[in-house]
Design a protein around this ligand. Sequence first.
Ligand code: PLP
Length: 234
Amino acid sequence: MCESTIKNNYENVLQRVKDACVRSNREVNDVTLIAVSKTKPVEMLQEVYDCGCRDFGENKVQEIMDKYEQLPSDIRWHMIGHLQTNKVKYIVDKVYMIHSVDSVKLAKEISKEARKKGVVVKILLEVNVAKEESKFGIMSETVNDFYKEVVDLPGLEVCGLMTIAPYVEDAELNRQHFVKLNQLMIDIAQEKTDNISVGELSMGMTGDYEVAIEEGATFVRVGTGIFGERNYNV
Ligand SMILES: *Cc1c(COP(=O)(O)O)cnc(C)c1O
């Protein structure tokens, strides 16, 4: 029963995710829709939760901590925003996955705090594929070395790559970046010697998630398309 606008939006995005999977001969279960709920009140998250969503994305440590307390414990929290090393300790045992690991220093801190708490944290390496100056993330050329430096750290599991593509009106313009991230993932997988699986690709937002799925995304991060525009001035 999904009558509200938010519920309708969620159902609509979910259907489009499924359609994109079918179009590109992919299993629907291989793509996880993350509802990006930053700035939104817990009541709204609860509505989406009631439609069956269990994956929520946030970009602020404090917001994850607050919402974590108030919402059901079977939610998988995805940290998708820039993470400062001194705040790792607050969320390391609360998040399902950290998508935004962009330095060896940060990876080491996650490793350290995860071991203290006796958990293993899934992480993705954030790559600035479009080389935008305003964005965090490592450069494509350094992904392989970066991967090698962090892959054996205890307390974390390197699951794949993430990127934030540029804001564009025409989603097709971002296809090249999604292709690139997919290729970088293939390169890593080929160099690997162990048999631990690595292959998650977190890419695609409201404007371009269908194109991202066509190019191999396993996580799409959709905020505005589900919750509506964000107001940062409240
Ligand atoms: C805010 C945000 C999103 C969601 O963006 P929308 O365009 O609202 O779908 C996705 N990924 C990251 C990293 C974000 O910060």
